[in-house]
Design a protein around this ligand. Structure first.
Ligand SMILES: Cc1ncc(COP(=O)(O)OP(=O)(O)O)c(N)n1
Ligand code: TZP
Ligand code: MG
Length: 214
């Protein structure tokens, strides 16, 4: 499966300076984002469903993949292309049974061992982090600031593409890609930017300056 993911937007309405997530996604699309994930941890299932339908329509029009964080049921309900799963979410195999062979299933990992396990379980890509310091998510000790050395180790360990996540911006994205990531996933570099379209473009440029594999 060839998933475009040099620049990967993970949405978060409460880090978007009061701008709607729909407007952030529109701007990111204008700036050339490759793939969008609806995260929105602190909203109800109904709110995620309604927003998911809006983001599905925007991403379909732009012809880019749309993935839902955590929730296989909401991914199916809004006809998303797939789901992103972590340690607290349903196993990859269960998501695969529900969403089918064509679905994009991503898995979060922070060690080479977990990366191998996720690949064996059938994940299509890995989100690896937190690469650098971030206050967007509370990460467990051992999963914080894992650095680009761990990106390199995991990229050597698995054959599926990986994206770095956590504290990534246009100043450090090239380093992440040069370590072996296919791309970078960001929340605040886009959602909290003065100009989210320009921020996406800058991020994209930084990734292209590195060794792209997708
Ligand atoms: C691309 C990508 N990578 C990692 C994550 C983190 O997922 P998870 O560990 O399940 O944590 P939450 O995002 O659910 O808080 C992600 N969402 N996207
Ligand atoms: C969802 C997630 N998973 C690991 S770090 C992180 C937050 C990334 O947010 P930011 O790009 O603002 O650092
Ligand atoms: Mg999760």
């Amino acid at each position: 499966m060839n998933i475009p993911m040099r620049t990967y937007l993970v949405t978060q309405g409460d880090r978007s300076r009061g701008r709607g997530t729909g407007s952030i996604v529109r701007a990111a699309i204008e700036g050339g984002v490759d793939i969008v994930q609806m995260r929105e941890k602190h909203t109800s299932a109904r709110e995620r469903y309604e927003l998911g339908k809006e983001l599905r329509a925007l991403t379909r029009e732009a012809d880019i993949p749309f993935v839902v964080n955590d929730r296989v049921d909401i991914a199916a309900a809004v006809d998303a292309d797939g789901v992103h799963l972590g340690d607290d979410d349903l196993p990859v195999s269960v998501a695969r049974d529900h969403l089918g062979e064509e679905a994009i299933i991503g898995r979060s990992v922070s060690t080479p061992e977990a990366a191998s396990e996720a690949e064996r379980a059938g994940a299509d890509y890995l989100g690896v982090g937190a690469v650098f310091a971030t206050d967007t998510k509370d990460v467990n000790e051992g999963e914080a600031e894992i650095g680009t050395e761990t990106i390199a180790e995991i990229a050597e360990t698995v054959d599926i593409p990986i994206v770095g996540i956590g504290g990534i911006n246009a100043d450090n994205a090239t380093e992440v890609v040069n370590a072996g990531a296919a791309g970078v996933a960001v929340v605040t570099t886009i959602t909290d930017a003065d100009d989210p379209a320009a921020a996406t473009q800058q991020l994209r440029q930084a990734v292209e300056n590195g060794r792209t594999t997708v």
